[in-house]
Design a protein around this ligand. Structure first.
Ligand code: ISE
Length: 332
């Protein structure tokens, strides 16, 4: 079975998804590459053999030649475009975050409730990353004992080009919020956010340090440092009563020279999470065939945005902020 995909957004991630779908996995054909910038859409279409380009995402979503949609356009478009896909009854893989505000997430949940089935998968690709998968498996095997703490570090070379305002919290941190919640299988109670004194609060992507409590009493700390300079570096450690699991990033080789061992960092997230993206997209296609949803749901997208929203408030007030989620709909 070949699934005809409409891909919306031909920026860094859109181009990467197009490459993965056309070159790394079977079962997809790229029907449309859609972007407001037509030359960008055309370039990605030419590189990946996509059939058409478009500048109108809603026309792509409703096009009869499109079976499923992948959304990789700017954050503010995620919720409205996801809603349009759900309304059209089309499976959709949408990049994170689902939205930068809670009411929009609730709106998407209401759309899926109306559709009566899960159509939306959120691109929290770390759930497919072999290192995090092993971490979660170690916990569920019982070898670590009860989980106590999870440490998370998220460093970019420099704040991504599209960054504004509090996107360290609303765009980068959702990865950490989601993966800790997924690994621990826990819901959050509250969050407290700090900023180191030397950091210029006006600098886009200024570092934040957050401490979260889960309803089960585990502690999760998250450092987001979008201007770390030296490389793209995601670290994590899960600490249980009887042991811990530390993430290893994929490294192909190490150089021994001048009395040193040298390994390199990637410049951004694509090489670090290449396997996660490939596995995620492949699982998405299989889930469309089987009708059995996989990966992060709209509910998981809501949970990440809810805690991000609390984090922004905590940064402003300097006090811990509790979250009060709505009742979880039966669909999830
Ligand atoms: C970007 O949107 C991503 O998803 C990357 O994984 C993350 O590292 C980066 O900080 C985000 O801006």
């Amino acid at each position: 079975m070949t699934i005809r995909i409409g891909l919306i957004g031909a920026g860094i991630m859109g181009a990467d998804h197009a490459r993965i779908l056309s070159q790394q996995i079977a079962g997809a054909s790229l029907q449309f590459i859609c972007d407001a910038d037509q030359s960008r859409a055309r370039k990605v279409a030419d590189e990946t053999g996509a059939a058409h380009v478009s500048a109108d995402p809603f026309a792509v979503i409703s096009d009869k030649q499109v079976d499923a949609v992948l959304i990789a356009s700017p954050d503010a478009t995620h919720a409205p475009l996801s809603k349009a896909c759900i309304k059209a009854g089309k499976p959709v893989l949408c990049e994170k975050p689902l939205s930068q505000n809670v009411p929009e997430c609730l709106d998407v949940l209401a759309s899926e409730a109306k559709a009566g089935k899960r159509l939306l998968q959120i691109g929290f690709m770390r759930r497919f990353d072999p290192a995090y998968v092993e971490m979660k498996a170690a916990l569920t095997s019982g070898k670590l004992g009860a989980p106590l703490m999870m440490h998370n570090f998220h460093r970019n070379v420099s704040a991504p080009a599209n960054f504004t305002g509090q996107m360290a919290i609303t765009n980068s941190a959702p990865h950490e919020f989601d993966i800790a919640r997924f690994v621990l299988d826990a819901e959050y109670e509250s969050i407290l956010v700090f900023r180191p004194r030397l950091a210029d609060p006006n600098k886009v992507g200024a570092p934040v340090f957050m401490v979260l409590k889960t309803l089960g009493g585990q502690l999760v700390n998250v450092e987001i440092n979008n201007n770390a300079s030296y490389g793209y570096d995601v670290r994590g450690e899960l600490v249980g009563e009887k042991g811990s699991v530390f993430l290893r990033s994929p490294v192909a080789s190490e150089m021994h020279v001048d009395l040193q061992t040298v390994t390199t960092y990637p410049a951004d997230w694509r090489p670090r999470f290449a396997e996660a993206y490939r596995l995620q997209n492949s699982a998405w296609l299989k889930s469309i065939e089987s009708g059995k949803p996989v990966g992060a749901s709209a509910w998981d997208g809501y949970a990440a945005t809810l805690i991000a929203d609390a984090a922004v408030k905590s940064l402003e007030s300097g006090a811990p902020v509790k979250v009060f989620p709505v009742a979880k709909p039966d669909l999830y």
